[in-house]
Design a protein around this ligand. Sequence first.
Ligand code: NDP
Length: 286
Amino acid sequence: MAVLLDGKILSRKIKDDLLKKAEQLRASGKRPPKLAVILVGADPASLIYVGRKEKAATECAFESKTINLPDNSSFEDVKSAIEDLNNDDSVDGILLQLPLPESLKKHEKDLLNLINPEKDVDGLHPINVGKLSLGEDAPIACTSNGIIHLLKNNNIEIDGKHAVIIGRSNIVGKPLIQLLLRENATVTVCHSHTHNLSEFTKSADILIVAIGKANYITADMVKENACIVDVGINRLGGRKITGDVDFASVEPKVNAITPVPGGVGPMTIAMLLSNTLNCYLRRENL
Ligand code: NDP
């Protein structure tokens, strides 16, 4: 039986540590760290994610606030909300919840770039992306950072291993390249133009799948005793969530695997709060 890389348990530990730190700050007379989320429109999945982020912030005794903007908000409306938060000294972390409504999608990059890099808890600002690739201290994209924590905490050896990432998005695949290189893995990145995908997946000691296609990776595509990280979140009707990996067939063949749900997802939120605390500490010179 494969080891389950349980993100629920690890994220709870991380949040407990963050709570202790927030309590220490309060006890020493300091203000708590504060996360601000901008939600434009009412995308059902985004409403759930924002609710989870608020709940997690409260669990860690952080302050949080959500700025709800209507679906028909203009670029200027969102820009002004971001600028207000940039100028608000009590706010340490700013997150613009994606996806934006259709009419604003063309402005996504420009809006993300307006966030003060020192408050960019999603780690998506070009300055922070650049710092990550240079190995400098900066907020790191939450899902990718959560995956590295999950691997390390489960004593999965990364150094010298062949890590194959499927997916090259700015929020998951690309930051993972840098993080895995930092851990001395040999990294291969696959995407929708990759020929003979299974040739690559079968050579992976660590296979990280972030494509958004339910049960796409099957047992014949993975190496025996590999470690599998499933980032995918696919809703197959109703509330049931399925990953990109066919868990039932792959699990018996590998050494370690993340469940979906309960694997990478909870780690993403824990890393968001960890980034918020780190932004706070940098801003307060602590
Ligand atoms: P994107 O849609 O931005 O990127 C998907 C990537 O997968 C692209 O690089 C695409 O290639 C590649 N791809 C698509 N189909 C194939 C294929 N058949 N073979 C090989 N590569 C393929 O998705 P995200 O990175 O934003 O998210 C990926 C998944 O992870 C989604 O299910 C999302 O919901 C989930 N997710 C989960 C998070 C969590 O916290 N658990 C956080 C973020 C995302 P190309 O570049 O060529 O188009």
